[in-house]
Design a protein around this ligand. Structure first.
Ligand SMILES: NC(=O)c1ccc[n+]([C@@H]2O[C@H](COP(=O)([O-])OP(=O)(O)OC[C@H]3O[C@@H](n4cnc5c(N)ncnc54)[C@H](O)[C@@H]3O)[C@@H](O)[C@H]2O)c1
Length: 254
C-alpha cells in the first residue's frame, strides 16, 4: 500500500519506540520522512537504514526556534510538507503531587505540551501552502484519566488534548486535520522506566499488576500504535477531525 506516495511527513521522537515504528511504516508506504529527535545518532542511523526519502535531524523540540528550523528543513529538502506526527515525549519522575519538584513539572510540560504547541504552529503555514494536511499528536490514556504518581505526565497529556481539539476546530477550514492517538501501556523503554520508578528492582511485578487491568491481557506494541497513527495521517481519515483514537487494549472500557 502506498498511501503516502509524494507526501512529506515530519516525525518527532523518531528515535523512540513509537516514533521509529511510525517513521519506518510511513517510509514503507511511500512517504518522504523527516526524522526528528534529540538523539542525533539514532535518527541518523534510522534514516540511513531506510535509504532514500529519509533524513534525520537533531532537534531539541523544547526550543521554540528549533521547531521552525525542522519545518524549514523539511520544505527545503523535500519541497513541501503534508503531515506531522508530534510524538516526542517523556514520562518524568514519579511521586506524589506534594513531593514533586518544580523542575520535573516544567521539563515534562515543556516536552509533552509546549513543544507540541510550537511544532504545531510551525507546521501551519507549509501545510496551508500544500492545500491542507494532517497533524497527529501522541497523547495517552493519561490524557483522559488521572494517573496516581505521574501528575506532571497526566497533566501534560490533558493539556495536549485541549490543544488538539482547539487546533482541530481552528485549522479545519484550512484543510488541516488535527487528531490524537492515545496509547495505553506500550511494551517499550518508557514502560520499563515507569515500572522501575514505581517499584525499583521489581518492574516485572508492576507489569504483572498492570496487565490485570488490560482486558486484552498484554501491553500494546509500537507497531499497533503506528498502524492507527498512519490511518489518521492518511487520506483514509479525511473526515476525521479533532478525534482521539485510543489504543489501550480496552483499559478505558473496563
Ligand atoms: N510507551 C508508552 O507506554 C506510552 C503510552 C502512552 C503514550 N506514550 C507517548 O508516546 C510518545 C512516544 O514515546 P515512546 O513510548 O516511543 O517512548 P520513547 O522514550 O521510546 O520515545 C520518546 C522519544 O522522544 C525523544 N525526545 C524526548 N524529549 C525530546 C526533546 N526535548 N527533543 C527531541 N526529542 C525528544 C526521545 O529522545 C525519544 O526518542 C510520547 O509522547 C509518550 O508520552 C507512550
Amino acid at each position: 500500500m502506498q498511501r503516502f506516495a509524494d507526501k512529506v511527513v515530519i516525525v518527532t521522537g523518531a528515535a523512540g519506540g513509537i516514533g521509529s515504528a511510525v517513521g519506518r511504516r510511513l517510509h514503507g508506504e511511500g512517504a518522504s520522512v523527516v526524522l526528528i529527535d534529540r538523539n542525533s545518532d539514532a535518527v541518523a542511523a534510522l534514516a540511513e537504514s531506510l535509504g532514500g526519502r529519509a533524513i534525520g535531524m537533531a532537534v531539541d523540540v523544547t526550543v521554540p526556534a528549533e521547531n521552525q528550523r525542522m519545518v524549514e528543513r523539511a520544505v527545503e529538502h523535500f519541497g513541501a510538507l503534508h503531515g506531522a506526527f508530534l510524538n516526542a515525549g517523556m514520562e518524568g519522575e514519579a511521586g506524589p503531587l506534594e513531593s514533586l519538584v518544580e523542575e520535573t513539572w516544567s521539563r515534562v510540560l515543556a516536552v509533552n505540551f509546549h513543544a507540541v504547541r510550537w511544532g504545531l504552529v510551525a507546521c501551519i503555514e507549509p501545510l496551508r501552502r500544500a492545500g491542507g494536511g494532517s497533524i497527529v499528536i501522541t497523547a495517552s490514556v493519561a490524557g483522559l484519566i488521572g494517573v496516581p504518581g505521574f501528575g506532571p505526565y497526566a497533566s501534560s497529556k490533558h493539556a495536549v488534548m485541549g490543544l488538539m481539539r482547539t487546533a482541530a476546530t481552528e485549522l479545519a477550514p484550512l484543510g488541516i486535520r488535527v487528531n490524537s492517538v492515545n496509547p495505553g501501556p506500550v511494551d517499550n523503554r518508557m514502560m520499563r522506566s515507569i515500572e522501575q520508578q514505581i517499584s525499583p528492582g521489581h518492574g516485572d511485578e508492576v507489569k504483572t499488576k498492570y496487565l490485570t487491568r488490560i482486558p486484552l491481557g498484554r501491553y500494546m506494541t509500537n507497531e499497533e500504535v503506528a498502524a492507527v497513527t498512519l490511518f489518521l495521517l492518511s487520506d483514509d481519515a479525511r473526515g476525521v477531525v479533532g478525534a482521539h483514537y485510543v489504543v489501550d487494549g480496552g483499559i478505558l472500557s473496563s
